[in-house]
Write a protein that binds this ligand. Structure first.
Ligand code: NDP
Length: 289
């Protein structure tokens, strides 16, 4: 069994990005600049945004963190988005989701300029992705493609079962893996909460992408020998032996499943670091030549 280490793979990609930043600077160009809007003080969102800001520093990007109070109105947030759209010093920005319930995620996503939409959530980028046109790919599926490619996981002709159909992970993942490209050319089954007899389907999978949002949902009896497993899930569970009092687990029962499969991404250290590095790649792309 091979561990698909997102941590190691992401480190390699960060070195490449850092070298490109240096080349930009030597050529008299500006550093890529990513901004992140964080609304409220949700612990998990704070952790994700901090990791993104830290990664920017690692590769030589500039970053700006815009912290806004949870009580901000939708109109005020839209005004902030407009300000960032118009700020020439910022190449790309993200609005960390989820937003407080009185603000429409979709309205905010649609307000971000497609040219600065480094999360790849704007309908224009989603549409271009479906058509295989140049665009910003959504960070998590893009990171997973990189993880598969850089670890030489063959995808062509393979049956890939994506479990979960969210707009940010499962659905774009299924589209990208079915594309006529490399990685890609998979035969894809997209499963969700209404799928009947999921186990029968996952047992046929050469590759499983687990994006269910349920801890240890994929168990050993659901996977065939030698399959490749990518675990997208992130869940905090209490762990008194850890200093923080918790630890992270995924959507896959790693201990059970890992002994049976050909390759598996761990949690933490799998898809998480790849998502961040994909965001960096999109920001570099947004900065242009
Ligand atoms: P969502 O909750 O938006 O989507 C979950 C999907 O799983 C839905 O499509 C849902 O189906 C499906 N589902 C739920 N229960 C079942 C079931 N019993 N059988 C089959 N399908 C089911 O989650 P996200 O896609 O946003 O995230 C998934 C996980 O990945 C979460 O743990 C999240 O924290 C993590 N994540 C990790 C990232 C990273 O960087 N590592 C980035 C983004 C997310 P239906 O549509 O029918 O409701």
């Amino acid at each position: 069994m091979r561990i698909l280490s997102g941590k190691e793979t992401a480190e390699g990609i960060k070195l490449e990005i850092a070298a490109e930043v240096q080349a930009r600077i030597s050529a008299g160009k500006s550093k890529p600049h990513l901004a992140a809007i964080l609304v409220g003080d949700d612990g998990a969102s704070e952790t994700y945004v901090n990791a993104k800001v830290k990664a920017c520093a690692r590769v030589g990007f500039e970053s700006t963190l815009v912290r806004l109070d949870a009580s901000i109105s939708e109109e005020e947030l839209l005004a902030k988005v407009k300000e960032l759209n118009e700020d020439d010093r910022i190449h790309g920005f993200i609005v960390q989701l989820p937003l407080p319930s009185h603000i429409s995620d979709q309205k905010i996503i649609e307000a971000v300029s497609p040219e600065k939409d480094v999360d790849g959530f704007h309908p224009l980028n989603v549409g271009r992705m479906v058509l295989g046109l140049p665009c910003f790919l959504p960070a998590t599926p893009y990171g997973i493609l990189q993880l598969l490619q850089r670890n030489n996981i063959a995808t062509e002709g393979k049956h890939c079962v994506v479990v979960g159909r969210s707009h940010i992970v499962g659905s774009p993942m299924s589209i990208l893996l079915a594309r006529n490209s490399s990685p890609g050319n998979c035969t894809v089954t997209l499963a969700h909460s209404r799928t009947q007899d999921l186990k029968k389907i996952t047992l046929q999978a050469d590759i499983i992408i687990a994006a269910v949002g349920r801890p240890r949902f994929i168990t050993a009896d659901m996977v065939k020998e030698g399959a490749v497993i990518v675990d997208v899930g992130i869940h905090r569970i209490e762990d008194e032996s850890s200093k923080s009092g918790y630890r992270l687990i995924g959507d896959v029962d790693f201990d059970e499943v890992s002994s049976k499969v050909g390759a598996i991404s761990p949690v933490p250290g799998g898809v998480g670091p790849m998502t961040i590095v994909a965001l960096l790649k999109n920001t570099l792309q947004a900065a242009g030549n």
